[in-house]
Design a protein around this ligand. Structure first.
Ligand code: TRP
Length: 356
């Protein structure tokens, strides 16, 4: 019997999931679960790096869990677990850090970005790298960049390596972290002359990366951008958001090029509406008969067809603590089984032996 490849991915518990998470991650996860040995988890330890309100953290973990399940991830097929339920991850994080350079961590784009935020330096400020580094070290400010932020990639590498995952479905923004994971795996294997860790690759299930734009006319949908449609948005809220989406004055001459904000709405339609509906509106744009109000109404209806059943299931699942408990307990057992095996190997390889 040949073993299925291990697919692993996680989402940080920092808020509700939106349509971008759904098309970019969740809906793909659902399609993978029959063909791969899938492990999907909630990265609550990673969430700590941005200091969440302790009163909120557990509720956030719970809501993402419910959203995973409501979107169709099946706990009988995939392993669903909470990162902090697997203490082996924390121990291996300490061990792996001994082979990670602070320089390579400091050069990571996501770190620089978050360090700037923590120090209150705007991304578009032309503050040069050296002055940012000086501020991190603390000669100019008493603001802190916490060490957890710096070692975020170590923790992520451990999530992956401790399960010996082969494929990691993540977006472009995580590519650098995955590259570091491969580097750490190789380094560990070479340093100790072992072949313990497979080098994981990104996994773009279905061939092409989907781009899910936001409603503000700019780039992609993102929590921090404030341009999101959440899976659990109430109907009224969702309709209002879509009706307020940025557009333009409309085409004046036939076959005009489509501006970014309007193209974004078409992209959302392509994800949620039937092909003939998209065509109808594209044609209406081309012959200048389009009315953005109509397009938005249609778009809102079609998005609601996707989100309403999910929102309803989220409601049911959130009310069922017993079920949620069962799911994560089962997931934690499976994840810990693999994790403790790898951790034992790592300890042994590094020379840590017990006296008793
Ligand atoms: N860093 C990922 C993100 O922000 C979340 C994450 C943590 C992750 N650990 C992981 C993703 C392991 C894949 C595998 O999106």
């Amino acid at each position: 019997m040949d073993k299925k490849e291990i697919v692993l991915s996680g989402i940080r518990s920092t808020g509700n999931l939106h349509l971008g998470n759904y098309y970019g991650a969740l809906s793909k996860f659902v399609r993978m679960q029959d063909d791969y040995d899938c492990m999907f988890f909630i990265a609550d330890l990673h969430a700590l790096t941005t200091q969440p309100d302790p009163a909120q953290l557990h509720a956030n973990v719970k809501s993402i869990l419910a959203e995973y399940l409501a979107a169709g991830i099946d706990p009988e097929k995939a392993t669903i677990f909470v990162q902090s339920d697997v203490p082996e991850i924390s121990e291996m994080y300490l061990l792996l850090n001994m082979h990670v350079g602070i320089g390579e961590l400091m050069r990571t784009a996501a770190f620089k970005d978050k360090a700037r935020k923590a120090l209150g330096i705007k991304t578009d400020d032309s503050a040069d790298e050296e002055s940012i580094e000086r501020q991190i070290i603390g000669t100019e400010t008493n603001k802190r960049v916490n060490a957890g932020l710096l070692t975020y990639p170590t923790l992520m590498a451990v999530d992956i390596l401790i399960q010996k995952a082969n494929k990691v479905p993540v977006g472009k923004d995580q590519e650098q972290h995955l590259e570091l994971t491969r580097r750490f795996a190789r380094r560990f294997n070479n340093y100790y002359g072992v072949e313990l860790f497979p080098e994981p690759t990104n996994f773009d299930f279905g061939g092409h990366a989907v781009k899910v734009p936001g409603l503000d006319g700019s780039g992609k949908m993102g929590k921090s951008e404030g341009n999101c449609i959440y899976l659990i948005d109430e109907e009224k809220v969702l309709r209002k958001k879509v009706m307020r989406a940025v557009t333009d004055e409309g085409p004046k001459v036939p076959n005009s090029p489509v501006s970014q904000p309007v193209e974004n709405l078409f992209s959302l339609m392509e994800l949620t509406s039937a092909p003939e509906v998209v065509k109808q509106y594209r044609d209406a744009y081309a012959d200048c008969s389009i009315r953005y109000g109509d397009l938005k109404k249609q778009l809102a209806e079609d998005i609601l067809k996707v989100t309403t059943p999910i929102r309803q299931r989220v409601g049911d699942i959130l009310a069922n603590d017993e079920y949620l408990g069962r799911v994560v307990r089962m997931g934690a057992e499976k994840a810990r089984e693999r994790a403790s095996k790898t951790l034992e190997e790592v300890r042994h390889i590094m020379g840590i032996r017990r006296f008793y």
